[in-house]
Design a protein around this ligand. Structure first.
Ligand SMILES: [Fe+2]
Length: 167
């Protein structure tokens, strides 16, 4: 994990996790939330700026993907609140907390857009694969481990679809 997140605890909860357990799990979730925002905006950027023969199908496919990311974003932020933490809420916090990097607005071909999104989904999958066992063993948080496992599986499905779109 390269990103920097200071977990903010707002509330006391009595669910069997210590404050330091919760700080650890919240930091993992905050990084996931930051990466989801970067990937959401990148997917939307490509939905707008795509050009080429595959415009119609990829424009719609990207719309479907950023719609799913929007739902995932909400679930991740709300899980931080369930753990008694404060969800990061500004673009500056998301950029500072993400391990992914942004793509500025620019005309892009379908092949380039698909490859760039695949790279990011793969990076998230690799990162979650490291973070999920830490949630369980280091932070005593099977709930977050399960929650992020479902997200990892969703990213695996998108990665497969993107890979299949590459020529
Ligand atoms: Fe649109």
């Amino acid at each position: 994990m390269n990103a920097n997140h200071t977990a903010q605890i707002a509330e006391t909860i009595e669910t069997g996790m210590t404050e330091s357990d919760r700080e650890g799990a919240i930091a993992v979730l905050a990084e996931a939330l930051s990466n989801q925002h970067v990937l959401y905006l990148k997917t939307r950027n490509f939905h707008w700026n795509l050009k080429g023969a595959r415009f119609n199908s990829l424009h719609g496919f990207f719309e479907e993907q950023y719609g799913k990311l929007e739902i995932a974003i909400d679930a991740t932020a709300e899980r931080i609140r369930m753990l008694g933490g404060v969800a990061p809420g500004s673009m500056a916090e998301f950029l500072g907390g993400a391990t992914l990097t942004e793509s500025p607005g620019a005309i892009i071909s379908g092949e380039e857009a698909v490859a760039a999104l695949l790279k990011d989904h793969n990076a998230i999958i690799r990162d979650l694969r490291k973070q999920i066992p830490r949630c369980e063993t280091d932070f005593n948080d099977v709930g977050t481990a399960d929650f992020l496992t479902a997200q990892l599986q969703a990213h695996e499905e998108v990665a497969w679809m993107l890979r299949s779109l590459l020529e």
